[in-house]
Design a protein around this ligand. Structure first.
Ligand code: FE
Ligand code: MN
Length: 486
């Protein structure tokens, strides 16, 4: 039997989860919930019943082999995972914050690399405070795979593990053998040292590899036991040998390992949770080639054979989830931590096999105040970050339309006036920014009524951006920030 799912409002989370736990007891596909953990041993119950009660002693002083209420609740408690992805951390030693750096941020893809140091620190502080059972980083740990950035991030992660929270990482396409590894100085960009796959394993040894249950010898994939019920399958879907590629792929040898892991988990009565950088399903209908794992149908078939219902990934930088049309597996894509709304995913896996997922934005304002920072942008992050992201996406559209006078569209030359470019860039920015946060649904009605949108529909130019815009509109049917089984 399969899980059923529904979107959930954040506010209703606490109440909803109780319903979830009760309803899903028989609803999950895999998975043996051990009887012993659910009920108290009968022998001990008998002992308590026959124990003579001595009235002179307080009730708490009697021998009580039954677990206390807190212990019972602890026993029933599942696991909490925090998922962060696409941090794209850049070591401060690699930038002077000059012209070249600012240009990269302002004309980039929305990552606030100018505050990535602070966003990372604040996010990791929240992890330490929230005490999840594990912190997962699903790739694109660094901006462009600079060795300095990897080392800097590993140092920050050590602080999280020192606080008693295990960290498990996998690489993203930007992390290994990346020829774009660079530093920024003044108006120039200079090459920086990158890393090999061996370096990656060495640098992040303590963050998953050391504690792994099984290691794939053909990639940086591994499995990791969360407890006696849940096992993470951390999949390395990246291509970095002999050259670095954007897209995701899994080698034949690694498929053999995956199958073996699925079989073993089944035999051990474990529920496997696969995590990858690249997407299992066509989450981006426009950039499929570079986002979905090549020949992912093979992986989908394997996961289906073993009744896997949930898959976690990143790479898109967009908050999203979807379900496979036929087999019903769900994939949740968490958005990039360093891109507003600068959020991470929280996944609760319950003892009965049910789960709930939701996102949380890093509270930069409180963090800045607490740390006595003077930076007005950080102290007012909720007012600073949305227009900043909007401006970057505006630049994206505007830059693409810059040469519109010379560009050919079919047999017609598209000539856009400044006013048209401005109105079109504006609506593109509004829709795209909301889409990145998984909430295009909140702005779509207004956006499609705007003059700028009418211009897009009239010009259909630049074609790729127009297609992308049409996709955002058609996909803006729900908030993609929550998902739960019931
Ligand atoms: Fe990324
Ligand atoms: Mn990526």
């Amino acid at each position: 039997m399969r899980w059923n799912f529904k979107s959930m409002r954040k506010g209703a989370a606490a109440a909803a989860v109780i319903v979830v736990a009760a309803a899903a007891a028989t609803g999950c596909g895999v998975k043996t919930v051990s009887q012993e953990t659910e009920t108290a041993p009968p022998a001990e119950t008998t002992q308590e019943e026959t124990e003579p009660v001595r009235p002179s002693e307080p009730e708490t002083g009697t021998i009580s082999p039954l677990p206390s209420q807190e212990e019972e609740e602890e026993e029933k408690k599942g696991k909490r995972i925090i998922l962060m992805t696409d941090i794209h951390y850049l070591s401060p030693s690699l930038t002077d914050g000059g012209e070249a750096f600012t240009r990269m941020v302002e004309h980039g893809d929305g990552k606030l690399v100018n505050y990535v140091e602070e966003i990372t620190d604040a996010a990791l502080d929240e992890v330490v405070n929230q005490e999840p059972d594990v912190l997962i980083l699903s790739g694109d740990l660094t901006l462009e795979g600079e060795k300095e950035s990897h080392r800097g991030l590993a140092k920050k992660l050590r602080r999280v593990e020192d606080a008693g929270i295990p960290v498990a990482v996998i690489p993203g396409n930007h992390d290994i053998n990346n020829p774009s590894a660079a530093g920024y100085e003044g108006d120039g960009i200079y090459p920086a040292e990158n890393i090999t796959a061996e370096d990656f394993e060495k640098i992040y040894w303590e963050f998953g590899y050391e504690e792994s249950y099984s290691r794939d010898s053909f990639s940086l994939s591994y499995t990791y036991d969360l407890d006696d019920q849940y096992r993470l399958m951390m999949l390395d879907t990246c291509q970095y040998d002999p050259v670095n590629r954007v897209g995701g792929m899994i080698d034949t040898e690694t498929y053999d390992w995956i199958e073996q892991q699925l079989e073993e988990a089944f035999e051990d009565g474990k529920t496997l949770l696969p995590v990858a950088h690249h997407n299992l399903l066509d989450q981006s209908q426009i950039y499929v080639g570079d986002c979905t794992i090549e020949h992912s149908s093979r992986l989908i078939d394997l996961l289906e054979d073993y009744d896997t219902d949930l898959f976690m990934s990143g790479h898109l930088h967009v908050q999203h989830w979807m379900q496979h049309d036929d087999i019903g597996i769900y994939e949740v894509v968490t958005s990039s931590l360093s891109t507003p709304p600068c959020q991470y995913g929280v996944l609760d896996l319950e003892k009965d096999g049910s789960f709930r997922y939701w996102t949380q934005s890093v509270d930069m304002e409180s963090w800045a105040r607490k740390n006595g920072l003077q930076d007005e942008n950080l102290l007012n992050f909720k007012t600073y970050s949305p227009p900043t992201l909007n401006r970057i996406f505006y630049n994206q559209a505007y830059d693409a339309m810059k040469d519109s006078r010379e560009e050919e569209k079919g047999s017609l030359y598209v000539k856009l006036t400044e006013e048209q470019k401005d109105a079109m860039s504006q609506v593109y920015a509004d829709l795209n920014a909301a889409c990145y946060g998984g909430r295009a649904v909140d702005v779509v009605d207004e956006a499609v009524k705007s003059e700028g949108f009418a211009m897009w529909e009239e010009c259909c130019y630049p074609p790729l951006l127009f297609q992308y815009l049409e996709y955002i509109v058609s996909d803006a049917v729900r908030d993609y920030n929550t998902l739960e089984s019931y």
